[in-house]
Design a protein around this ligand. Sequence first.
Ligand SMILES: Nc1ncnc2c1ncn2[C@@H]1O[C@H](COP(=O)(O)OP(=O)(O)OP(=O)(O)O)[C@@H](O)[C@H]1O
Ligand SMILES: [Mg+2]
Length: 235
Amino acid sequence: MKSRGRSRRAANAPPEHAAATTGTGRPPALLLSGLEPFAVGGKRRCFVHPGDAGLCVKVPLDGDDRIGHAEQRQDVESYALMQKRGLAAALDRIPAIKGVVETDLGLGVVSRMCRDADGQISRNLAELIRTRSVTPGLADAIGELKAWLRDQRLLIRDTGPHNIVAMRLGADEWKLMIVEGWMHRRYHWLVRRNRFLANYWIDRQLRRFDERAETLTDAEQDPFPAKGPGKGIGG
Ligand SMILES: Nc1ncnc2c1ncn2[C@@H]1O[C@H](COP(=O)(O)OP(=O)(O)OP(=O)(O)O)[C@@H](O)[C@H]1O
Ligand SMILES: [Mg+2]
């Protein structure tokens, strides 16, 4: 299967030092090293859970990789924090985290897999923009995501389009999900308390998102006409 990250082609071979056991003496609960990841990001490899195709398992690119492990921890902690603070509505666009599991490629974070209505694994927005440009339905979905982020006062950590996955619900009907960095923990408390700052930062981030999306597409097509400050793709 084709790798779907922004990423290098799947680094299928496990790192040479990947442990066959987890260091605890117990065999890992999940064996992933013989499987092909469906996506490889800059920090992690993503697999379809061998026991449940509705779930995704992410492991660090390299078993010892500190950045990959830090990302894993951030995901789990941020999700737990959002649950604890009762930000239930905010979880609507974040794939549910089901837990952490020991694998033969290091500690894996298990989350819900984003799939299209036909069962295919959904593609990320960067890939879609590169291959299809921005259809009217996709532009609407981007507008909805932006409105939702403002509404939820959610400052995410990385607005890169490769961190947003587009679930295809119909011919040109999409729902966008945030698969990484859904909470900027350093500023989260401030954003919750100060509506003015929240709007300012979120708008700034969304402008950055537009800029990154624009670099993915052919400038001549110009599917992102400027609509004024803080607007851009999808409004
Ligand atoms: N729950 C999911 N459902 C479907 N696809 C997903 C899911 N999580 C991740 N992906 C796909 O895997 C890719 C890489 O995932 P992710 O962004 O979590 O990895 P990363 O290595 O941390 O990323 P980065 O390259 O941003 O550092 C995403 O761009 C997306 O295409
Ligand atoms: Mg990513």
